[in-house]
Design a protein around this ligand. Structure first.
Ligand code: HAS
Length: 574
């Protein structure tokens, strides 16, 4: 399908802006591994301090890049399947807001006025512009969704008998969940954090801000994942040379995410007294439940790959694995997809460990947790973003991808890097290594009284992983920006590889109508969170916070007359 110039501009902006910022996001990721391995014993490098860098790493990679990609991929998916572009006003306003919001976030982070991490709940305080920027970015993504609903309804009027295409169901589930989940964080940023940051209010209910964040924070991770799932169900079988094993299984998986993604946010707060033991047990069960659609995906996508391998002439029970197009220059996308799936096997299993209330007590706030999430968000999520960004850029700009051999090997290098990184983080985590801590200042500094030699090997493995990921990123940036610098040789079109379904499946009305699932989703959210909110208002109160955006530990110690905030040891020698 041909694309209008204004839509093309929006798509290209939505690809190039976050990818450029990703350079900063990736750099700060590598720096984390360098600090923590004790290569550096200081609190800042090149004017960016540890927490400022960690905030940039999280916000750019996990909020900006993912949200832009979800919107751009949604635009392409909707336009491709419905054969029409979204309303101009919606995609233009949406992209303008997203660019504005992101710019505010980036400016405040670079200026050192936002070091509140990507979770940004109190007591860490950022500039009001950061909170506003995040809210504007989110509202921008809603507006894209509203435009898609409009064109879908038009299409439906013309195609009453047709099912909603699976890719569109996945996208709509994702954005419906996103819309519901972002309401609490919109309230948190606009009504609570911004006035507090501006000094209009002098106290803040910290547990409330944390709860509002996590109501959004877990659906957020599925918001990252579902575009990748749309690609796994609707693109991967085709590029593997096969067909999708079951479209109905895909529909059910997406709809299960719609009902289960939001209430499970409580599992990030298992260590907090604000939820009753009953709620925690309930959420532990729901968290096992939210793994089900991923298990279904493993089997459905696995069966689709097996079918593809068999069509390519494989023999024996597992021979299909060897027949898949791992290193085909003209099929570079496959590598991004399959490496993501490999990593996700381990990312998923570690998530199930976290889900258990008792095991969670062992791993919470240790490096196990970033070990888990790098195999999810830096696994299937990021790899699909990298692969599909190249693909979409090339087809929309009409430029050929440069250095195709490089395009094929990058995901494998990245996968090896993530495997090292996560292995180091998780094994360190099991030995108590804390996350979000500049270990190089103390625990991995041999000259420091808190030096812990057990954490040297684990942080070194993490460092090796980080450096390999850094190399893969540099190669990718080189490839992506060289492609941008190339000449247009083809017509600009909207196109996607489209998998056929293997069987003509029965129409199951419940899988074709999102409304009952939406209603159930709201009921489950209320059932889970109303008791928590009652407890928050009953047992916690607003306090005037003594924390500041720079390392809160420093300030407390400073008040007590111990240590200082200039990178000098901050410990009590007694
Ligand atoms: Fe998680 C913490 C539980 C999935 C991201 N998670 C996090 C945090 C992040 C995150 C960012 O219960 C930290 C937040 C923070 O900053 O504090 N997570 C789970 C569970 C799942 C899960 C049960 N997480 C994800 C995904 C993420 C993500 C997806 C990002 C995209 N997570 C937790 C819990 C915590 C947590 C607790 C809190 C920890 C704490 O205490 O702080 C499940 O959804 C996972 C299900 C996945 C599977 C895997 C299916 C495998 C597939 C691949 C198949 C391979 C094939 C290839 C087909 C069951 C689909 C075969 C081909 C061949 C050739 C062999």
């Amino acid at each position: 399908m041909k694309i209008s110039n204004s839509f093309k501009l929006v798509i290209l902006t939505g690809l190039i802006m976050p990818m450029t910022l990703f350079i900063l996001g990736a750099y700060n990721g590598v720096m984390q591994t360098i600090y923590r391995a004790g290569i550096l014993h200081q609190s800042s490098v090149a004017g960016i301090n540890y927490y400022q860098g960690l905030t940039m790493h999280g916000v750019i990679n996990a909020i900006v890049l993912t949200t832009f990609f979800a919107v751009v991929f949604g635009h392409i998916t909707l336009s491709y399947y419905l054969k029409r572009e979204p309303p101009k006003l919606s995609y233009q306003i949406s992209m303008a807001l997203m660019v504005l919001g992101t710019s505010l976030d980036i400016i405040t982070m670079i200026a050192g006025k936002a070091q509140a991490l990507y979770t940004f709940y109190a007591p860490l305080k950022a500039s009001a512009l950061f909170y506003m920027g995040t809210a504007i970015l989110i509202v921008g993504s809603w507006i894209a969704f509203f435009g898609w609903i409009k064109i879908y309804l038009e299409w439906k009027m013309e195609n009453l008998e047709k099912k909603m295409p699976l890719a569109i169901l996945g996208t709509f589930v994702n954005f419906s969940m996103w819309f519901i989940a972002t309401l609490p964080v919109a309230y948190e940023t606009i009504i609570i954090l911004t006035p507090w940051s501006l000094g209009w209010t002098h106290s803040i209910n910290i547990p409330l801000t944390r709860m509002l964040f996590w109501m959004f924070g877990h659906p957020l991770v599925y918001f990252w994942l579902l575009p990748a799932y749309v690609a796994y169900y609707t693109i991967l079988p085709k590029i593997a040379g096969g067909k999708l094993y079951s479209g109905n299984a895909g529909r059910l998986a997406f709809l299960l995410f719609l009902i289960l993604s939001a209430p499970v946010g409580v599992h990030h707060q298992f260590s907090e007294p604000v939820f009753t033991p009953g709620t925690k047990l309930w959420v532990s069960i729901l968290t096992y439940g939210v793994a089900l659609p991923s298990f279904m995906t493993a089997f459905t996508v696995g069966a689709s790959l097996e079918y593809a391998g068999k069509k390519r002439g494989s023999k024996g029970l597992l021979g299909w694995m060897l027949k898949l197009p791992y290193f085909k220059i003209d099929n570079y996308l496959f590598g991004y997809f399959i490496c993501g799936l490999f990593l996700f096997i381990f990312g998923g299993v570690s998530g199930i460990v976290n889900a258990s209330y008792s095991l969670n007590q062992l791993v919470h706030n240790t490096d196990w947790v970033p070990g888990h999430f790098h195999m999810t968000v830096a696994g299937p999520v990021l790899l699909v973003i990298l692969g599909m960004s190249l693909y979409i850029y090339s087809s929309i700009s009409g430029k050929e991808i440069k250095f195709k051999t490089l395009a094929v090997i990058i995901p494998y290098i990245w996968m090896v890097g993530v495997a090292f990184l996560s292995h180091g983080l998780m094994s360190g985590g099991l030995m108590g290594e804390p996350r979000r801590t500049n270990l190089g200042l103390s625990y991995t500094n041999p000259d420091h009284p808190l030096f812990n030699k057990l954490w040297v090997p684990t942080t070194t493995i993490t460092l090796i992983g980080g450096l390999i990921m850094g190399i893969a990123s540099i190669l990718y940036f080189f490839l992506f920006f060289s492609t941008i610098a190339g000449k247009k040789v083809n017509e600009s079109i909207i196109i996607l590889p489209e998998s056929e379904e293997l069987h003509e499946e029965k129409k199951i009305p419940l899988l074709l109508d999102m409304r009952p699932w939406l209603a159930l989703s709201v009921i489950l959210i209320l059932f889970t969170y109303v008791p928590g909110l009652i407890s928050v208002f009953k047992y916690s109160k607003s306090v005037s916070s003594q924390y500041q955006p720079d390392n809160p530990q420093n300030l407390i110690l400073e008040k007590k007359g111990i240590g200082n905030k200039n990178g000098k040891p901050e410990y009590d020698e007694n």
